[in-house]
Design a protein around this ligand. Structure first.
Ligand code: SF4
Ligand code: ZN
Ligand code: ZN
Length: 332
């Protein structure tokens, strides 16, 4: 097979578009889609100037997705004085998994020369995910605790690092899985929330004067997982390829298998799911008002334990920490 652009040997065949591409044109194809998302989602506001640059916090786990995203963003913006990148790595306390990916993060940030912060559940909350998965006092999947803790740390450190935007490396498969799960669960409010935090352009969010709110973006969300992996491999990027031993394979796993099957038989399924879902999500977001700085972040009161804004008397992080015997270590 020859590259459709230059006839050199192809390294990939995209069944959804019918394109065969050589290494160089494949790399450009991945990079172009990331830059396209940055533009389409209006991630750089007009107020960004060399004197008043935007600080972008990239969640860097050391897996292929965040390593590819960090690399492409760095290469795109290293010479653009309007953008400053800072990477944040969160160690969840998962033996034999996170240690290696933290090494991959260090190698990458050293190579790229970008600012890097590392935090851990152990230092911040006095808990390790291995122990939480073992005890599971609330009878939930480990990821349900882990997701709350990670979100709490991402938001707090983004504020401390003075970030204007939080970027994460979710790929097309991740997003199509979440979309299908939300649809199958019949949770329209969740769809509205997902739209506001993952799909809406930055200019669509009505940002009220809330210093706690930091918008999010997923510029890799048009690139299929297999292509992210191939890109990391071809470029020899220091990504740690392994699955977390506590990964919730139950429902998401079934959806993943279903999507792979559908995509094999009907190439383009993930793209069409996301196109229709984005349109539906915009309507749902309008109905539920989630674009007003994302309602999940908007709250009316403060947590009686940590003082952060929440709609409940105790925020979800403090509630889960109490259940697993953890504590906020750093501050009130
Ligand atoms: S798979 Fe689940 S438990 Fe493992 S790091 Fe991710 S969210 Fe945490
Ligand atoms: Zn080519
Ligand atoms: Zn709290």
């Amino acid at each position: 097979m020859g590259c459709r652009k230059c006839n050199r040997d192809a390294v990939m065949h995209a069944a959804y578009s019918g394109a065969d591409l050589c290494e160089q044109h494949f790399r450009e194809f991945v990079e172009r889609r990331v830059r396209h998302r940055v533009r389409e989602d209006n991630l750089i506001p007009a107020s960004a100037t060399p004197e008043n640059p935007q600080r972008w916090l990239v969640g860097l786990s050391g897996g292929k997705d965040s390593v590819v995203l960090t690399t492409i963003l760095h290469e795109t913006f290293a010479d653009d004085p309007r953008i400053e990148l800072v990477a944040l790595t969160i160690h969840e306390g998962i033996e034999g998994y996170r240690d290696e990916s933290v090494d991959a993060c260090k190698t990458l940030v050293d190579e790229l020369g970008i600012e890097h912060e590392m935090v851990s559940y152990e230092e911040e909350f006095d808990v390790r995910m291995d122990a939480v998965a073992e005890s599971d006092p609330m009878g939930m999947a480990p990821c349900a605790y882990c997701g709350v803790f990670r979100r709490d740390l991402l938001n707090r450190h983004a504020r401390e690092l003075d970030a204007d935007l939080i970027l994460t490396g979710h790929n097309l498969d991740d997003e199509a899985e979440t979309a299908l799960m939300n649809i199958l669960e019949g949770d329209v409010e969740q769809i509205a929330d997902h739209y506001a935090t993952s799909i809406a352009g930055r200019d669509e969010i009505e940002q009220a004067d809330d210093p706690e709110f930091i918008p999010r973006a997923k510029p890799l969300r048009e690139v299929p997982e297999r292509e992210v992996a191939l890109y990391a491999h071809l470029r020899g990027l220091p990504a740690h390829i392994a699955e977390c031993p506590h990964a919730d394979r139950s429902f998401r796993g079934e959806i993943q298998t279903l999507l792979h099957d559908l995509e094999d038989r009907h190439p383009g399924t993930r793209h069409s799911i996301m196109a229709g879902y984005a349109e539906f999500g915009a309507l749902a977001a309008d109905t539920y008002g989630t674009l007003k700085q994302s309602s999940s972040e908007m709250s009316t009161g403060t947590c009686e334990r940590c003082g952060r804004s929440t709609d409940r008397s105790v925020c979800r992080t403090c509630e889960l920490l109490a259940a697993v015997g953890g504590n906020r270590q750093s501050e009130k």
